[in-house]
Design a binder for this molecule. Structure first.
Ligand SMILES: C[S@@+](CC[C@H](N)C(=O)[O-])C[C@H]1O[C@@H](n2cnc3c(N)ncnc32)[C@H](O)[C@@H]1O
Length: 335
């Protein structure tokens, strides 16, 4: 005997399936910021854990330092520090504690994980694609880590940061080439496929996922710096297999980071062609210890040139003298 069931009588589980499912559901449900920006990484606890873990690993690699540049020697008493794309605020917090007399302005699209920052950290919620409200030559130090690799037209952001830096100030740019490679060239197809989709999607918004190596060239092009330094760190992702224990540890952390950063990302970029399967295959092969897979990290820092004292032309010097004589009335003596 057939039975008619109206919608209201259907069990709850079935009615739920009637809603359109906008995106595939990741194993852990991820959340993302809602700002109008191409940034694809999540803004949830797993992401904060990842960013803090990488920060700790970087400090250990650098011998308990927050950056490669000898900032304490070059600028022992900075007053104004700007950090863009501050994430959990972990760098801004460390630097604020290092320089208690400085004000550290930490900028991000969203700040749902900075709790109890030191009193000298100022949080500024801002989508950098919608404005750059900082005075020219107003900061002693400007820092960006893992931001340029997510930003459309990254050279333009470097240019704006340089303009916001005072002469003699330090620009600290730390980023990766968002790609995996092997020294013998044997990169598994799974990795190539993942990055083909990822970079293809990001390129539509003007994001270059391989910025790390290009930062130095952009800085030279600006022609505003008296010194530019670059340190390339190839992190051994599927390691440990280098002779440097610190580098091996960095590789382990970057491997963990890879698993967390991209987990569920296909939900944020449904038109990219990325799927959970493509992701899982990439992660599996990036963890394959028999392959020596690396990701490049670049520490770049530059010092803005001091202003040259203005030199006057002969004509300008003669004119200044004439004005001086007229003002003081000495020309009357000529009569
Ligand atoms: C990969 S995280 C790096 C966080 C931090 N710099 C670190 O090293 O731990 C990039 C950060 O940049 C922020 N971000 C991305 N696009 C942005 C934009 N258009 N304006 C401001 N912040 C942005 C993200 O919200 C995220 O917190």
């Amino acid at each position: 005997m057939s039975q008619t069931i109206t919608m209201t009588e259907l069990p709850r589980r079935q009615t739920v399936t009637e809603k359109p499912i906008a995106r595939p559901v990741a194993r852990k449900q991820r959340t993302w910021h809602e700002a109008d920006a191409p940034y694809t990484f999540a803004n949830d606890d797993l992401e904060w854990e990842r960013l803090n873990g990488v920060h700790r690993a970087i400090k250990e690699y650098l011998g308990n330092r927050v950056t490669l540049a000898p900032i304490e020697d070059l600028l022992p008493a900075p007053k104004k520090i700007l950090e863009l794309g501050a994430g959990t605020g972990v760098w801004a917090t460390d630097v604020a504690n290092m320089f208690p007399d400085a004000t550290v302005t930490a900028v991000d699209i969203s700040f749902n994980n900075i709790r109890n920052p030191p009193r000298n950290v100022v949080l500024k919620q801002l989508n950098l694609l919608e404005g750059f409200p900082f005075e020219p030559e107003s900061f002693d130090i400007v820092h960006m880590r893992f931001l340029l690799v997510h930003m459309p037209n990254f050279p333009d952001l470097i240019k704006k940061c340089s303009a916001a830096l005072r002469p003699g100030g330090l620009l600290l740019l730390e980023d990766i080439d968002q790609n995996l490679y092997s020294v013998d060239g044997d990169v598994p197809d799974s990795i190539k496929t993942f990055y083909k989709h990822y970079h293809g999607h990001m390129a539509k918004s003007g994001v270059d996922g391989e910025t790390g190596a290009k930062i130095e060239g952009v800085l030279h092009g600006l022609n505003q710096f008296s010194e530019i330094h670059v340190h390339n760190m190839p992190a051994p992702i599927s390691g440990p297999y280098t002779d440097d224990p610190k580098l091996n540890k960095m590789g382990v952390e970057m491997r963990k980071s890879l698993g967390k950063a991209y987990d569920g990302i296909w939900g944020k970029m449904p038109s990219s062609g990325l799927t959970q399967e493509i992701h899982d295959n990439m992660i599996r092969d990036a963890h394959d210890h028999d392959r020596k897979i690396y990701m490049d990290f670049y520490w770049t820092w530059a010092r803005k040139a001091e202003k040259e004292p203005e030199t006057q032309t002969l004509y300008q010097q003669a004119w200044s003298w004439w004005e001086y004589l007229v003002e003081t009335g000495w020309w009357i003596l000529g009569y």
